[in-house]
Ligand binder design. Structure first.
Ligand code: G3H
Ligand code: 13P
Ligand code: ZN
Length: 331
C-alpha cells in the first residue's frame, strides 16, 4: 500500500528552497545508508537548528532495504522531537535513473526525488524528467533534474570528463519539464579525488589548491533563470586531516583533493540552495574506525568503533552547517 511522505511527517523542498535562495544559504543534503549515519546527521542538524535533506541513493536502497529506510525516516521525525527541536526533514532519492524507481520512492514516502537524465540526449532528458514531474507533482513531491554531466562515478556510470551545463539550455529545460530544482555541472565531481595533483598549485602553507570551478557558468545560469533553485553535487571538501588520519592508521588514500570550503560558501550565497555531501562523511567515519582498530586491536564490539565514527560524523556535519552552508539556525 502506498504511503505519502505527509503521513510520515516529512516535508517537501519547495518552501525550504525558497527561503534558502532568499536567505543566501544552502540546505545540507547528506547521504545515509545505516543507523549511525542517520543518527549523526539528525543530531548535527538538531544541535545547529538546520533543516536537512536525508539523501538515499539506489545503492543505499539496495544496501539498507527500502522498507527499513522508509521506517527510519518515520523514526527520524519522532527522534528529532525527542531531541527537542522539530527541524524540517526531507527524504530525497539521490540520482534516480528511471521513472519506475522515482515512482516507487514517491509511493513509499519520499518527499523529493532526483531524476538524473543527464546521461541521455537533451530531448530524452526532457521527456523522462517531464514524466517524473507529472507523477511527482500529482503527489505533492518535488523533483530535481540535472543538466550537464559531472566527471567521476555516479552509481555505476563513469564519466571521464565534465560536460558543463550549457546555460542556453536551462530556461527551456525548466519550462518544458516543470522541475522544482536543477543540478548543474560546473566542475565539481563525485568521490574523494576531484582533481589531479598536477592540475593544482600549492599555497604558502604547502596545501594543494585546485583550479577554480566554473562560477561563470553558475552566474550565467542565474541570469537566465533568476531565483530558480540550483543544486550542487560532488561538493565534498575532502579534509586533509581526515585523509592524513586514514593514512596514519594503515589506509592508502592517495591524491585525495576536494572542493575548498570557501568556494562552497560562495556557492551557498548564490541560487545554489542544496549542496550534496557524502564522501566527506565516509572519510570521517573511516578515519575514526581505523584509529580505534589500530589503538585497540582486540576491540570487536561494533558500538565501540561505530560510536566514535558516528560522533566524528556529527562534528563534521555541525561544522558544515555552521561554517560552510550557512544553514544553522534556519530551521
Ligand atoms: O552520488 C553519489 C553518492 O555519493 C551516493 O553514492 O551510489 O555509492 O551510494 P552511492
Ligand atoms: P561527494 O562525493 O562530493 O560527497 O558528492 C556526493 C553527491 O553528489 C551525492 O549526490
Ligand atoms: Zn550526486
Amino acid at each position: 500500500m502506498a504511503v505519502s511522505y505527509k503521513e510520515l511527517g516529512l516535508v517537501s523542498t519547495t518552501d525550504l528552497f525558497k527561503k534558502a535562495v532568499e536567505g543566501g544559504y544552502a540546505i545540507p543534503a547528506y547521504n545515509f545508508n545505516n543507523l549511525e549515519q542517520m543518527q549523526a546527521i539528525l543530531q548535527a542538524c538538531v544541535e545547529t537548528k538546520s533543516p536537512v535533506i536525508l539523501q538515499v541513493s539506489s545503492g543505499a536502497r539496495k544496501y539498507a532495504n527500502s522498507t527499513l529506510l522508509r521506517n527510519m525516516a518515520r523514526g527520524a521525525v519522532e527522534y528529532v522531537k525527542e531531541l527537542g527541536c522539530e527541524i524540517p526533514i526531507v527524504l530525497h532519492l539521490d540520482h534516480g535513473d528511471t521513472f519506475e524507481l522515482c515512482k516507487d520512492c514517491i509511493d513509499n514516502g519520499f518527499s523529493s526525488v532526483m531524476i538524473d537524465g543527464s546521461h541521455h540526449s537533451y530531448e530524452e532528458n526532457v521527456a523522462l524528467t517531464k514524466k517524473v514531474v507529472e507523477y511527482a507533482h500529482a503527489h505533492g513531491v518535488a523533483v530535481e533534474g540535472e543538466l550537464g554531466v559531472l566527471a567521476g562515478v555516479e552509481d555505476d556510470v563513469v564519466a571521464e570528463h565534465h560536460t558543463y551545463t550549457r546555460p542556453e539550455e536551462v530556461e527551456d529545460f525548466v519550462k518544458r519539464t516543470g522541475v522544482d530544482s536543477l543540478a548543474i555541472s560546473i566542475g565539481t565531481s563525485h568521490g574523494a579525488t576531484k582533481f589531479k595533483p598536477e592540475q593544482c598549485t600549492r599555497n604558502a602553507d604547502g596545501v594543494l589548491v585546485p583550479p577554480t570551478i566554473r562560477f561563470d557558468i553558475l552566474e550565467e545560469i542565474e541570469k537566465r533563470i533568476p531565483g530558480f533553485p540550483i543544486v550542487l553535487h560532488g561538493s565534498s571538501s575532502v579534509p586533509q586531516e581526515e585523509v592524513a588520519t586514514i593514512n596514519k592508521y594503515g589506509g592508502k588514500m592517495k591524491d585525495a583533493i576536494g572542493i575548498p570550503e570557501e568556494w562552497l560558501r560562495r556557492a551557498a550565497k548564490s541560487a545554489v540552495c542544496k549542496i550534496n555531501i557524502d564522501s566527506d562523511g565516509r572519510l570521517a567515519m573511516t578515519a575514526a574506525i581505523r584509529k580505534v582498530f589500530v589503538e585497540n586491536p582486540g576491540e570487536f564490539d561494533p558500538r565501540k568503533y561505530l560510536g566514535p565514527a558516528r560522533d566524528a560524523l556529527k562534528q563534521l556535519y555541525m561544522h558544515k552547517n555552521i561554517n560552510v552552508l550557512g544553514s544553522a539556525q534556519k530551521a
